[in-house]
Design a protein around this ligand. Structure first.
Ligand code: ZN
Ligand code: ZN
Length: 355
């Protein structure tokens, strides 16, 4: 499985005319080698894979990393690359979205005759296609999040603080076997729910609030991400209307998601329905994002995306409408692209809930 990933990466190096590739993004190192620690560099040449880390991780690397030659050294890992003469001559690709300017300056000083070529998304595009093991881990994470939604939705009531619900989410996800939250849970009620990226504040939930609950967890390094919007006491008429619009937009996008379709077009399917209902300018973000070792990864589902859907991609579909001073609604599921259609992994109910 990891050998296939390295082979696919090597084919990409050939097509990008690279003699070797320097992996510095820790999530990509995990993807390629299985290492779960926080400090390492990986060098993939045409023939070898080198894994460099510091003495703190010597044991862990020996246990986790079987695909690469493990080298352990004190001090800077770039200097270890130089000392062990790992880099071949020619063009070396680096991850321009992850390597800092100061690290690149340092590299150029250490290897004055080497050409360092910026790349973007080389590993990420491979990682967008999930194998069965990865999908299973995501399925487990989604299952925990679904269960926890059923539990915490019962806690939503007037007088309860958003932060209390957030704490309950974190606690319950861990109790159900998650390694961690995928991100700080969002619990946004009333006017707060009109901010797509609100966090959980000390605000008390009030009657007639809409409450956006957006959270996920991590299992074996892989993430889930779920949003449901529930209503307290009663549903304001306009929010009931937009709930229906979003449910339709999401269902249409799920129906339209299949291999070969562009992500831009998929975003357009949902966006058109929301626009036709008169809420186009209140749908302020993209339709969704790939999910895996990162909460946000490829593919991107937006009007600017150049990505195309392929079998094995796992992503969210999450249209939202945010009305200033009234409140917001978002519905988000994790889906997987199969041979000729898309399957929804999230099972939490999408019926309109009034607590
Ligand atoms: Zn989310
Ligand atoms: Zn999301």
């Amino acid at each position: 499985m990891r050998a296939n990933r390295i082979e696919t990466l090597r084919r990409r190096l050939t097509s990008h005319r690279l003699d070797a590739f320097l992996v510095t993004a820790i999530h990509n190192i995990r993807y390629l080698t299985g290492f779960t620690g926080s400090n390492a560099i990986c060098v993939v040449t045409r023939r070898e894979v080198y894994f460099l880390t510091d003495p703190r991780y010597e044991e862990q690397a020996a246990h986790e990393v079987s695909i690469a030659r493990v080298l352990v050294g004190k001090g800077r890992l770039f200097e270890l690359i130089a000392k062990r003469s790992i880099l071949p001559g020619g063009r070396i690709g680096y991850e321009s979205e992850h390597l800092t300017v100061s690290a690149l300056t340092n590299l150029r000083k250490l290897f004055p005759r080497t050409i360092f070529a910026p790349t973007a998304g080389l590993v990420e595009e491979i990682a967008a296609l999930k194998d069965e093991t990865e999908r299973e881990a995501i399925r487990k994470a989604v299952e925990i999040t679904d269960k926890v939604f059923d539990i915490v939705v019962k806690r939503v009531a007037p007088g309860v603080r958003e932060s209390e619900i957030a704490a309950e989410i974190t606690y319950q996800q861990r109790m159900h076997g998650a390694e961690a939250d995928a991100f700080e849970p969002i619990v946004a009620s009333g006017v707060q729910s009109a901010y797509p990226h609100a966090r959980a504040s000390n605000k008390k939930i009030e009657n007639r609030d809409s409450v956006v609950l957006d959270f996920g967890c991590r299992v074996e390094g892989y993430h889930s991400d779920l949003t449901r919007t529930v209503f307290v006491g009663a549903v304001p008429k306009q929010l009931r209307e937009i709930y229906g619009v979003l449910a339709d937009a999401q269902a249409a996008a799920i129906e339209a998601a299949r291999p070969g379709r562009t992500c831009r077009r998929l975003d357009g399917v949902a966006r058109r329905i929301i626009r036709q209902a008169g809420y186009g300018r209140y749908f302020k973000h993209s339709l969704g994002h790939g999910i895996g070792l990162n909460v946000h990864e490829l593919p991107r589902l937006s009007q600017l995306s150049t990505d195309t859907l392929h079998r094995g991609m796992v992503m969210t579909i999450e249209p939202g409408i945010y009305l200033p001073a009234l409140g917001g609604v978002r519905i988000e599921d994790v889906v997987v692209i199969d041979d000729d259609h898309c399957s929804v992994l999230s099972q939490a109910t999408k019926d309109l809930i009034v607590v």
